[in-house]
Ligand binder design. Structure first.
Ligand code: FAD
Length: 421
């Protein structure tokens, strides 16, 4: 194949024809209720991704060497414009493509990328990140899960929590402590681990509306090879920081690794039309309702424009990569506004439970979980800390454990020395 990049317009025309002949229309997609089990939905996403892969449209901006197309963001935007009416595997965007795929491309060895990237792009493998722990997620560098070196292997023990769709995923990246004698950010390592194997117990966590998308995992003497280290041993914080950045960018809607509208709109619930809700309740002429709809749409539009502007500026090096937190925060604020407008307009129609069925009930379910978006990928408070310290250059938050060997740091849950230490 020639190394000359296909012109965007030619690519767009090809995509238009191919999409029409191969992809189902979004309006015909099966309805997925919030409380439905996730398995069948993700299976369908994997099949849709398989179609993109077979058709030569998977991984538009991913490296060619590992199965991607090696094209530009303009090609991706052109494809997304053409694909707007078609059903796409949006649920694979976060975390598989935008977070773990992006991290693998940035830090994986040639062998790791050759082995895993094609499986991700063909829809065969779903991934998730195992970062948060029961002792707390915001202080990510304080993880207590440990990986002890034994020759060319490591033995992992500990527990991770809030892992999205872990039970139906195939591989994960696990952040574990490999060195207790250095300050907390310097003794961490990131590992690739096959999820379904002896030694890993997965416990689903049931949500308020009945589904169980989160899991807690327990690691007991899980052996991994040194070949499964992502980046360098004890340098896992560098990998984790980049992973978190990719998470913010993808959740904010600006990743080059995702497909379709940029983020998983389905998980945020923002593709449910509050205008439709207002009309169905006969409230479209009510001034308060009109105000709520207009307010939400203005916020969503500003988010969309900012997302595009910040993504381009980060790409060109004009803005610091930490500016990805602006996108994540804006996404959370927009989603929160959507949830609030839903309740203001819907009132008792969005009450969950009983005989209430249909889209209004789904909006109620989404409202119950609205705070998840302000927590997942780092809370709003943490995004504001990052923006103030790393984007605006304000003084750093004080921390007493930054220069202390981690085994001497006082912490809850593991005493002063941590488990088995
Ligand atoms: C939808 C969703 C998906 C998720 N998916 C995953 C996943 O796939 N993998 C994974 O590993 N984790 C996942 N998480 C977990 C997520 O990363 C954590 O919930 C998040 O990092 C916050 O950690 P925590 O819940 O332990 O809260 P804590 O860290 O205990 O924080 C509690 C509260 O204190 C505030 N706070 C903490 N520190 C500060 C500070 N320094 N300054 C100001 N305020 C502070 C926080 O903002 C928060 O309001 C997910 C969470 C959600 C909601």
């Amino acid at each position: 194949m020639s190394d000359v990049m296909e012109p965007v317009e030619t690519f767009r025309q090809r995509a238009r024809v191919w999409l029409k002949d191969n992809m189902p229309l979004a309006k015909d997609a099966p309805v997925r209720r919030a409380e439905d089990p996730a398995g069948p939905h993700f299976q369908r996403c994997r099949e849709l991704q398989g179609k993109l892969w077979e058709g030569g449209f998977a991984g538009i901006c991913w490296p060619k060497e590992y199965g991607g197309l090696g094209l530009s963001m303009d090609h991706l935007r052109a494809f997304n414009d053409e694909a707007v009416d078609y059903e796409l595997p949006l649920s694979l965007n976060v975390p598989t493509f935008g977070i773990l795929g992006a991290t693998l491309v940035a830090f994986g060895s040639h062998e790791q990328k050759s082995k895993y990237v094609p499986k991700i792009l063909s829809g065969e493998h779903q991934w998730v990140q195992f970062l948060s722990e029961p002792s707390g997620g915001s202080d990510l560098a304080g993880v207590l899960t440990r990986a002890d070196r034994d020759g060319d292997t490591f033995v992992i023990n500990g527990s991770k929590i809030w892992s999205s769709f872990a039970e139906i995923s195939d591989y994960c990246m696990v952040l574990a402590r490999t060195n207790w004698d250095v300050p907390k950010h310097r003794g961490l390592t990131m590992f690739i681990v096959k999820i379904h194997q002896p030694g890993i117990q997965i416990e689903p966590i049931r949500m308020t509306y009945g589904s169980a998308e989160f899991c807690q995992e327990f690691f007991t003497d899980v052996v991994v090879s040194i070949d499964d280290v992502v980046g360098e041993v004890d340098e896992g914080w560098t990998v984790a920081s980049s992973l978190l950045l990719q998470e913010r960018i993808s959740l904010g809607g600006g990743s080059q690794f995702t497909v379709g509208a940029g983020m998983n709109r389905e998980s945020s619930g923002t593709d449910y039309s509050i205008l439709k809700l207002a009309r169905s309740l006969g409230q479209a002429d009510d001034p308060m309702t009109r105000q709520a709809v207009a307010d939400y749409h203005a916020t969503a539009h500003a988010h969309h424009i900012m997302s595009d502007r910040v993504t381009r500026a980060i790409g060109k090096g004009i803005m610091n990569p930490s500016s990805g937190s602006l996108l994540k925060l804006a996404h959370a604020i927009t989603s929160e506004k959507h949830a609030q407008a839903t309740v203001d307009i819907g009132g008792s129609a969005v009450v969950v439970g009983g005989d209430n069925r249909g889209e209004a009930r789904d909006l109620g379910n989404r409202t119950l979980t609205r705070q998840g978006i302000a927590l997942g990928g780092g809370s709003n408070e943490i995004q504001r800390n990052i923006i103030s310290e790393r984007v605006l250059g304000m003084p750093r938050e004080w921390a007493g454990d930054v220069d202390v060997p981690y085994r001497d740091v006082r912490r809850s849950g593991g005493g002063a020395t941590g488990p088995k230490n």
